[in-house]
Design a binder for this molecule. Structure first.
Ligand code: NAD
Length: 491
């Protein structure tokens, strides 16, 4: 990384804030430790932005918008492409940061990096497609059109679990549309934010277009929400935080988008290939140790397959290697924090007391939770309703496909869902009736592409992120008319 982005004390780097193209220390000199989730040891520190720095970041973004907002499409396109090239050159460094900071296993980190490279190229391609339209008129001689304009300053609040991908998704599309950006990364993964700033700086992004201000969440959040120059808050994180931010944003009549939690069902119908269904469930439930918003935390299986599915799924889960995320054989790395293990252990205790059976796993050491499969879970149990955000999955029996659909929809969330069947009539029927923003047939609930309408319904959020679907949120549409010649007002 740029040597100006950090200072080193006792071999540990302290990363600075990125404001107006410069690396700056917090004026009140407040620092926060970043722990490596695998070791529990401090591996870096970050300066914490106070009010002075957050306001400077907004100032810088607003000033930069005067030129970036008017830049020609090819400039923004080239900028995004160059950043993609920088990422392709610095893959190993980004991978190591994702492993050390958020406990990503190596393969998941590489997937995240490949996704972001693709995302930047996809966003670059979108730059020339931010379009308005001309419209029919009822007034003779009038030309009537809609024009899409950048909003101005956009603020992003990102979660810890895929910090590189989820922050970049917000930034890339916002910049593509001509907005400037202030990022508040998660307090668990602030170094990802510094790294993102560094990548854009190396690619030559003009000063002020992107600013990164990690800090105390509520403090930074309040400043971003209440400042009238910030035109949109784009949030990804838990439903609890999203609900709070929505109320705060409403007080200031601030536009916002919310990508929030999930309890995504995977439905296995009676004609499914059992081994394939087990593979789909294993990937969907345990990728990134279940810390994925789209994780298949609830698998609903039709009765004729239920017993055999439970047997094979539990056996497969028990083979997953838990441990050092640097080791390419590891599938399950550490959870982000110890308290998350305690939270999941509480859900399991509640489920066991009410009759659930743990088929495999159920225990943890430090931050490493064993892959856990539960059966006989019912709606009296917390785990039936709550997101676990860990490697824990409930397998629930359904007598028939209608009951499977009812159980799948029996949740306040609605992010992603999947159904395994070769009966296309049922697959399409399910696709339409599953109460979920995204449905995948014969595939995992964990799917994402830069150009698709990514997002949820119900308590999983609203607003869509991805390609042209982002423009609704990231631009304002203006109606313009031009009267060619003089209009007859009859006066
Ligand atoms: P979180 O809600 O704890 O934090 C998310 C972000 O909100 C962080 O940057 C945090 O600092 C910030 N935040 C917290 N309180 C705040 C406040 N008062 N004001 C301003 N900002 C505040 O979520 P997390 O633990 O980082 O992430 C896990 C959650 O995110 C899960 O629920 C997961 O399902 C969800 N998630 C959703 C998606 C999606 O696309 N729908 C993607 C990834 C994660």
């Amino acid at each position: 990384m740029n040597p100006n982005s950090y200072e080193t004390t006792d071999g540990i780097r302290t990363y600075k804030l990125f404001i107006n193209g410069s690396w700056v220390a917090s004026s009140r000199n407040q620092l926060a430790d970043s722990l490596n989730p695998a070791t529990g040891k401090v591996f870096a520190r970050t300066h914490q932005a106070g009010a002075e720095e957050v306001l400077s970041a907004i100032d810088a973004a607003e000033k930069a918008n005067a030129t970036w907002g008017k830049s020609v499409a090819s400039e923004r396109e080239q900028m995004l492409l160059r950043t993609g090239d920088v990422i392709a050159r610095r893959t190993e460094e980004i991978r190591d940061m994702l492993i050390n900071e958020c406990g990503s296993v190596s393969n998941k980190a590489m997937w995240e990096i490949d996704y972001v490279t693709d995302l930047l190229r996809s966003a670059a391609g979108d730059v020339r497609h931010v379009m308005g339209e001309t419209m029919p008129v009822t007034i003779p001689g009038q030309l009537s059109m809609s024009v899409r304009r950048p909003l101005g300053v956009v603020a992003g609040i990102a979660p810890f679990n895929s910090p590189f991908l989820l922050s970049m998704k917000k930034i890339a599309f916002a910049l593509a549309a001509g907005n400037t950006f202030v990022l508040k990364p998660s307090e668990e993964t602030p170094i990802s934010g510094a790294l993102i700033a560094d990548l854009f700086q190396e690619a030559g992004l003009p000063a002020g277009v992107l600013n990164v201000v990690p800090g105390v969440p509520d403090e930074v959040g309040k400043l971003l929400i209440s400042d009238p120059r910030v035109r949109l808050i784009t949030f990804t994180g838990s439903t609890r935080t999203g609900r709070y931010l929505a109320v705060e944003a409403a007080k200031h009549l601030k536009k916002f988008t919310l990508e929030m939690g999930g309890k995504s069902p995977l439905v296995v119908l009676r004609d499914a290939d059992l081994d394939y269904a087990v593979n789909v469930a294993t990937f969907g439930a345990f990728l990134h140790q279940g810390q994925v918003c789209m994780a298949s935390s609830k698998v609903v299986v039709e009765a004729p397959l239920f017993e055999e599915f439970c047997k094979r799924f539990a056996a497969k889960a028990a083979t997953l290697v838990v441990g050092d995320p640097h080791d390419t054989k590891t599938f399950i790395g550490p959870l982000i924090r110890r308290t998350q293990c305690d939270f999941i252990a509480g859900q399991l205790e509640d489920a066991r007391e009410k009759g659930a059976v743990v088929l495999t796993g159920g225990t943890f050491e430090d931050r490493f939770f064993q892959p856990t499969v539960l059966r006989d879970v019912n709606s009296d149990m917390r785990i039936y309703h709550e997101e676990s955000f860990g490697p824990v999955v409930s397998v629930i029996q359904a007598e028939d496909s209608e009951e499977a659909l009812r159980i799948a929809n029996d949740t306040r969330y609605g992010l992603s869902a999947a159904v395994i069947t070769n009966d296309m009539q049922k697959a399409l029927d399910f696709s339409l009736r599953l109460e979920s923003g995204m449905v995948h047939v014969n595939d995992t609930t964990i799917s994402d592409e830069p150009h698709v309408p990514f997002g949820g319904v119900k308590d999983s959020g609203f607003g869509r992120e991805g390609g042209k679907f982002s423009w609704e949120e990231l631009t304002e549409i203006k109606w313009i008319t031009v009267q060619l010649g003089q209009r007859d007002f009859g006066v």
